[in-house]
Design a protein around this ligand. Structure first.
Ligand SMILES: [Zn+2]
Length: 546
């Protein structure tokens, strides 16, 4: 996901009151609502089953701004039980829920739907239910939830984007992050003449004979509920290839020429990401860019694009250091999520830095590969101004709410710092490649990431991860010179007692590698306080020297 509102807060001239301070971030420490808990907790009635597949089969009526249809949900019971938890926003109607031909009872609690079975379902067995629903989904949130709009020429333009709101804002599903179906089918009936672009491989269209045509798509991989997307509009299509990978682009007719030139960035970008992390993870589904009336979103294999066919982010220099205007931020950022976010997914929203910190760091990898390491460091340092360091990046699990925006920029700066800790680029790139390969198509927590890096490097990095991700403040290198004695005392000031991170002082070529801990150490040195430098573009730390 990208950060539309934050961009507006930080670019003078965009908002009506350019001198106003940026709005306070949503506090991740306020008490959760019952809604946050119901959505966020992976309780008994979610944990007792494992999703196998969805078939979402809906009809969308642009005139009535309504949706109706069913989700066929196949799952395996992991424990014998007679109830499961699904989700559908309270404003949408549950028409009926069937197990075969048996109508099931259900209870609604806010946006949760508990489905009750007449007899216990057996652990280890597979079951299929049909969940029929209808209603008028709400347009809400930064990217619309489900939005019924019209394009410049007056055609319906209907899009979904619901990472914050949850997919249950427009369709019934097991709306949480831990469990994904292994694949799904998406069937969307829309008025003849319109196009639906959803996730996965295009299967075909069927004229339903009543003025509607059904568009069928098949997703061959696990998919996050919020990634499932409808993009219904007067789209035109053009195609490209990257070796065997199909690249398909859908835009409104008036933007076709601009799209043909702007989307040429996708091929080299995908090639760069493949070079560092391995093959594009959704090859059977292809890669798509789909024009939408909001900034963008990483919908799996069907990336939503609304960046005005121009470089930068909404035509602005996002990092403010002269690098962002060299590429299209939305193409580069949202596509990075195909690797981190979509293929490697966090199992709880609390650990969303696994999506956003990594995708932001991938922007820097893209910059480094295309424009060089100096530009990448400049680009990353440009993100420092956006970091607040007011609350930890990782929040309490089991509560459905977005962590602070630091997960993007501080997350990326932390990974750049980790590279300096590894201090061996060949090893770093091999580790990143293996990390992706090891966890692709899985839903993981930060503990899994830390364990992987600790094992890969054969050292205990846990206090470093904890300081950057589970504490608000970054570490401070404290240095004190004693000119008379010709020595320098140094230590880390950090919340983590066991924080110990090697850091290079002086220039990259002729520096000294220190191994500070949170206890003072003494170094005999001819350096004076005036000559002392720390390459803070390689390490995201504070430094005090006296
Ligand atoms: Zn993102």
């Amino acid at each position: 996901m990208c950060l539309g509102s934050i961009l507006h807060a930080q670019i003078p001239g965009v908002t009506a009151a350019p001198q106003a301070p940026p709005p306070a971030p949503p506090s991740t420490e306020r008490p959760p609502t019952r809604l946050d808990m119901l959505r966020g907790e992976y309780g008994r009635y979610r944990a007792n089953n494992d999703l196998l597949s969805y078939h979402l089969d809906v009809r969308v009526d642009p005139g009535r701004k309504s949706i109706a249809g069913r989700n066929t949900i196949r799952f395996r019971m992991l424990a014998t039980d007679r109830r499961i938890q699904l989700d559908l926003y309270a404003n949408l109607h549950v028409d009926r829920i069937l197990l075969g031909s048996t109508a099931l009872e259900y209870e609604r609690d806010l946006n949760t739907v508990y489905v009750n079975f007449p007899a216990p379902l057996d652990a280890g067995r597979e079951y299929t239910i049909d969940f029929f629903y209808s209603g008028m989904p709400r347009e809400e949130g930064r990217f619309g939830g489900m939005a019924f709009r019209t394009d410049a020429s007056g055609h319906p333009w209907i899009t979904t984007a619901c990472e914050d709101e949850g997919a249950s804002i427009w369709w019934p599903n097991k709306d949480q992050w831990r469990d994904e179906p292994e694949g799904m089918e998406i069937s969307v009936a829309i008025p003849n003449g319109l196009v639906d672009v959803s996730n996965g491989a295009f299967v075909g269209t069927t004229d339903l004979g009543d003025g509607f045509t059904r568009w069928d798509w098949r997703v061959h991989y696990p998919i996050n509920a919020y990634d499932v997307a409808l993009n219904i509009g007067n789209y035109v299509h053009f195609a490209d290839r990257l070796d065997d990978l199909a690249l398909d682009y859908y835009v409104t007719p008036e933007n076709l020429d601009r799209a043909k030139s702007q989307f040429a960035q996708a091929r080299p970008m995908l090639a760069i990401y493949q070079k560092y992390f391995g093959e594009y993870p959704f090859a059977k589904d292809g890669y798509k860019l789909v024009e939408v009336p909001y900034a963008g979103m990483e919908h799996q294999s069907a990336v939503a694009y609304g960046n005005r066919f121009a470089n930068g982010y909404l035509e602005r220099d996002f990092t403010g250091v002269g690098i962002s205007m060299k590429f299209d931020f939305i193409i580069i950022h949202e596509s990075a999520h195909e690797w981190f976010g979509n293929a490697v997914s966090a199992a709880d929203m609390s650990d969303m830095w696994i999506h956003e910190g990594w995708a932001t760091y991938m922007e820097a990898i893209y910059v480094e590969d295309r424009f060089g390491h100096d530009d990448a460091l400049k680009y990353l340092s440009g993100y420092k101004a956006k970091v607040l360091n007011r609350e930890p990046i990782i929040t309490q699990r089991g509560i459905y709410r977005s962590p602070s925006q630091d997960m993007y920029f501080k997350g990326a700066l932390f990974l750049n710092t980790l590279r300096s800790v590894v201090n061996d680029d060949a090893r770093w790139w091999a580790l990143l490649h293996d990390y992706f390969q090891h966890f692709k198509y899985q839903n993981i927590m930060t503990e899994d990431v830390v364990a992987f890096f600790n094992a890969g490097l054969g050292r205990n990095l846990t206090p470093i991860f904890d300081q950057y991700l589970r504490r608000a403040a970054i570490p401070t290198l404290e240095v004190s010179f004693d000119a008379g004695a010709g020595t320098m005392a140094y230590r880390w000031k950090a919340d983590e007692r066991d924080f110990a991170m090697p850091i290079r002082i002086g220039t990259a070529g002729s520096g000294t590698l220190l191994e500070p801990t949170t206890s003072w150490k003494i170094l005999r040195t001819s350096l004076s306080k005036r000559q002392f430098t720390v390459p803070t573009d390689l390490y995201y730390v504070n430094v005090t020297a006296e």
